[in-house]
Design a protein around this ligand. Sequence first.
Ligand code: ZN
Length: 225
Amino acid sequence: MPALPRARLLVAATAAAVGLGLATPAHAAPETIVREEARTAEVVAEAMALAEQLAERQQTLAVLNRRADARDRALIGYRAVLSRYGYDGDPDTARAVLPLASYDLSAGFGLTGPLWEAEHGGQDFSAYAGEPLVAVADGVVTEVADAGPYGLRTILTLSDGTEVWYCHQTDATVVVGQEVAIADVIGSVGSTGNSTGPHLHLEVRPAAGDPVDPMDWMRAQGLDP
Ligand SMILES: [Zn+2]
């Protein structure tokens, strides 16, 4: 399972220390600077240790969630599993499901603002860290990688060539080249990359081109996100 590099944690911890006002002011006396730099280094080390602990706990939580999910699926049956992800029809004709079972819709497609370098290219689903993510349709996994601002990203390519991006994951349970079926678990919600809290950033890119509004895409599949 891919993990984020330690350098990323250090950057996050340093940014946190600076944000807390622990950065040394440029006009301070030399002895103050030395003392404050030592204190800053201490705080950064503490923040790093906490960030690592949090990352480990989120990994553990994701694994436990998946175990519970697998047991649950065996009990409730396939039709109920699809229903949990927003599809209530005949399992044999299911085309698509929602990417996760429990969420609040947050930032929508096409927004602009300080959080994004360009237009927001996807739909955000605010959810608990460790919440299982599932394949929205049958497809093949074409990427599982640390994608910078997108965090740990899995790309699923559907049979019609549409790419579905799952970003900011805690972990991934699939590998490149793997075929997945609708509603198969592919990983879990996290907050890796440029993210202010656990959520799924979902992108839908027809023919692997520019992104479209995932809400429109899901509704076109008969879903009600
Ligand atoms: Zn987003």
